[in-house]
Design a protein around this ligand. Structure first.
Ligand code: HAM
Length: 410
């Protein structure tokens, strides 16, 4: 768990602003759910065979004796909330996005934290591949507007609970023939959730999987058509994707489409984002039968990648206004007020004292523009402006400072 500030937090803020702008224009509304949820919410959604529920949850008994969990992800909480507030009772589409902290007791690795942030989008009420294309297009615009260009979507279909047993049977038969080559965890997985074997990080298990039955060869007719249609839509929209029949998400609720985006900047196996369809989850958590699709992106990871690819987050550093003398101290407050009201990012030096000290501070703080207001300037109705990068100095009339420093209006 870490503290966020400075350059890194500026990326977080820029990403969050971009998300709100892009998602808002797609008709998604924000939802904020509590960090604590009842244990059952995750057991019945993310699944008891998942690593998240098995090993990674911050789980405790509260003073009222309730078994609670600090949410490891937000989809289950959004579904719980949507059911509780009867938001899914009509057949209308319901579109939500969220930005918030999640908690997983994970081992330390690059881009992996115990408190991390996710930005996610969930769309309820539509089962079509077109709704998936809409959501993926929104995701694509979001990443493109942030300046990420070469990301590839990795997609798979994990079928439906009805069609999956056919694949499980073929896969279990394959496993049985070479059972001795698989690790102990895989022996457990083949019983509880065979798909998870595909996700094993053990190199021996990965080698033993060569030539394994592929889930997309065992889809029911409707799921196969759904998958083909989504691929055709992505091609039509120019969203680059690859098919990955081994792609299995670490959460149990997916049906049909599952996808991820990996980033090489994060090291092996690290996903920047993931998601998919989860048509059974609303019902599973006690709501009506409502199809759903969504994804979540790790904000910490996204900020890290952007820092690597683009350097500093876009932001306008404040100017520094330095008054010299008692009279200027009062006049500087008045000038600063005019500039602030005009939207100028400005820091006011309020300590008094020598110009040299204030200039040294401006240097350390990376301030680009310094305004100096002394008795001479007050007499003349001007302000002295020093551009730190070039050392160049000029004189402005007080009345023109706001217009010269105001950020361009969008
Ligand atoms: P997830 O794959 O578990 O899916 O997490 C989504 C993203 O959260 C990951 O791709 C990663 O970027 C980020 N993330 C996960 N764990 C960590 C961590 N320990 N530190 C930093 N970042 C992390 C879900 O959570 C699903 N709820 C996604 C979804 C939404 N599916 C449908 N709707």
């Amino acid at each position: 768990m870490r503290d966020l500030f400075g350059a890194e937090l500026r990326w977080f803020q820029h990403i969050e602003e971009t998300a709100r702008r892009v998602f808002g224009r797609h008709g998604y509304g924000e939802i904020r759910t509590p960090i604590l949820e009842e244990l059952e919410v995750f057991k019945r959604s993310v699944g008891e065979s998942s690593d998240i529920v098995n090993k990674e949850m911050y789980q405790f008994t509260d003073k009222g004796g309730r078994e609670v969990v600090m949410r490891p992800e937000n989809t289950a909480g959004v579904v719980r909330a949507a059911i509780q507030h009867k938001l899914l009772t009509s057949n209308d589409p319901v579109l939500f996005y969220y930005i918030g902290q999640q908690f997983r007791y994970e081992r330390m690795q690059t881009g992996r934290y115990r408190q991390f942030w996710q930005i996610g989008a969930e769309s309820f009420g539509v089962a079509s591949p077109e709704s998936e294309a809409e959501s993926l297009l929104m995701l694509h615009s979001f990443l493109t507007e942030l300046g990420l260009k070469s990301l590839v979507f990795s997609i798979n279909s994990v079928g439906t609970p009805e069609s999956r047993p056919a694949f499980h049977a073929a896969f279990r038969a394959f496993f049985a023939e070479r059972a001795d080559q698989f690790c102990e965890d895989c022996h457990r997985r083949i019983e509880t959730n065979p798909l998870r074997v595909l996700d094993c990080k053990n190199e021996r298990c990965q080698a033993a999987l060569a030539g394994h039955p592929v889930i997309t060869d065992h889809l029911d007719e409707a799921s196969a058509q759904h998958h083909a249609r989504l691929k055709a839509l992505l091609a039509e929209l120019g969203i680059p994707y690859v098919e990955d029949p081994r792609l299995v998400r670490g959460l149990d609720y997916y049906t049909r489409t599952a996808f991820e985006v990996l980033s090489s900047d994060l090291g092996a196996q690290s996903a920047l984002l993931g998601g998919g369809r989860y048509d059974g989850l609303v019902k599973q958590l006690g709501g009506p039968e409502v199809p759903a699709f969504g994804w979540a992106i790790g904000l910490d990871r996204l900020a890290m990648v952007l820092q690597q690819v683009r350097g500093e987050a876009p932001h306008q550093a404040p100017a520094l206004l330095i008054p010299l003398g008692d009279r200027a101290a009062t006049e500087a407050l008045k000038l600063a007020r005019i500039l602030w009201d005009a939207g100028v990012p400005l820091q006011l030096e309020t300590r008094g004292g020598a110009l040299k000290k204030a200039m040294a501070f401006a240097n350390r703080a990376g301030i680009q523009t310094v305004l100096i207001l002394g008795d001479g300037e007050l007499e003349a109705g001007t302000v002295t402006v020093k551009h730190m990068a070039t050392g160049e100095q000029e004189t402005w009339a007080l009345g023109e400072a706001a217009a010269r420093l105001a950020p361009p209006t969008a």
